[in-house]
Design a protein. Sequence first.
Length: 396
Amino acid sequence: MEGQWIEIEKCDQDFLRCAPSKVIQRIREAGIVGMGGAGFPTHAKISNAQGAQTLIVNATECEPGIMCDDALMQHYPREIIRGVEVLMHGCGAKKAIIAIEDDKQEAFNSLLMYNFNAHIEIVQIPTKYTSGAEKILIKTLLDIEIPSGEFASDYGVLCQNVGTVKAIYDAVIDNKPLISRIVTVTGSAVKEPRNYEARLGTSFASVAAQSKPNNKVHQIRMGGMMMGVDVPNIEHSIGKITNCIFVNNATLKPSVQSCIRCGQCNEVCPVGLLPQQLFWYAKSENMDRAMDYNLRDCIECRCCDIVCPSHIPLAQYFSFAKALHCKQTKEQQKADVARERFEFKEFRVERNKAERSEMMARKKEELKKKMAEDKTQKDKIAQAVARVKNKGALKK
């Protein structure tokens, strides 16, 4: 039985007649997430950036080997431009910038050919690794530096991957949910590295087989060789954030040595961190000091890993430290809530005891007062009875 998605109301080509809230709803219903690797729900990101002044479409592929966005721009330039217009309408941005690397001339020309909107600018930037990181890209294009702990939306900027923009076009204009994506298959073990449009859920093996891998032992990596992650086997499934499958011949990793404090990692960090210091704090699980050194700003680009002469997997330590900090923060929040509930319970118990004691004291006082009144009344009655008896005795 052939799978089908549910038909729901769409905006068609005249999407400007649709309210921005309806556009966001369509994006949510289509299941669209950031397709550049983060996987954050797109509808939530747009909702948080309502009233943004500038939309930045990230069409950079700074990691060597990944070419899926390049292929997307060459084959679907009209859809991407329309998707940008839909996204501008959805978030309220007045202008948009499509950032593309200067080594992708065919993709650049394709977008120029279909761009007739004066509010959309297509800009070429130098082909340099990490140039596609959100804060770095904003600094390059707008000369706005986002401080540590703050977000692009705080400065009127919304960033979206070009693949996400194409998916938004499919959802809002063509009423098509996110069920497939373009994936690059490459690596030292494949004979024919290529791009493929694959359905979500397809195994890596099914797609990689089209590129004719050799019969040696392979190492499989999802994403780029720098910022990607190793997967246990080739039966792993393609997901919404799977932009590339590296099939490499297996090699032995060099052994890890002790840090010699050479400082090379500090020199290459693209966001100006001190990886050497972060390493010591991450290794000792001193999260407070690690956060003081802006651990949250690490983009896990692995530049520090590459230059480290001791072959220390610094990015792994930083990733672990961020996960540990998140875990500790959640546990602390739970502990704070539990403590507040306990303290409120103790307060409530003490308050009830005080109220009960006050009530009992009040009742006791009222009872004493009543008993005094009753005694007075009895005395009056006794005096009256005595007077009556005295009168009777006098008459006799």
